[in-house]
Design a protein. Structure first.
Length: 81
């Protein structure tokens, strides 16, 4: 297991204990979704990295895209002012 994988696993374990999330983990997940969307990683690779099934990964992807569109809309609105 790489150092990055170990750090992520430790961070995820702490999150489960606290019942909270981590901005760093969310950012890593967004990077994975971006790499998948750019076809640099396959759906299976992303699922394996995240330790999730493919259905869960697809839902995460849809959620990430929805969040990105919300951010983009907010930025467009701000630019129009």
């Amino acid at each position: 297991m790489s150092q990055l994988s170990k750090r992520r696993a430790n961070r995820l374990a702490k999150q489960r204990e606290r019942g909270g999330g981590s901005i760093k983990t969310e950012l890593e997940n967004a990077y994975l979704m971006l790499a998948w969307e750019a076809e640099r990683l396959s759906e299976g690779q992303v699922a394996r990295i995240l330790g999730a099934d493919r259905v869960t990964v697809r839902l995460m992807r849809e959620g990430a895209i929805a969040k990105a569109l919300t951010v983009a809309e907010g930025l467009f609105d701000a630019a129009d002012r």
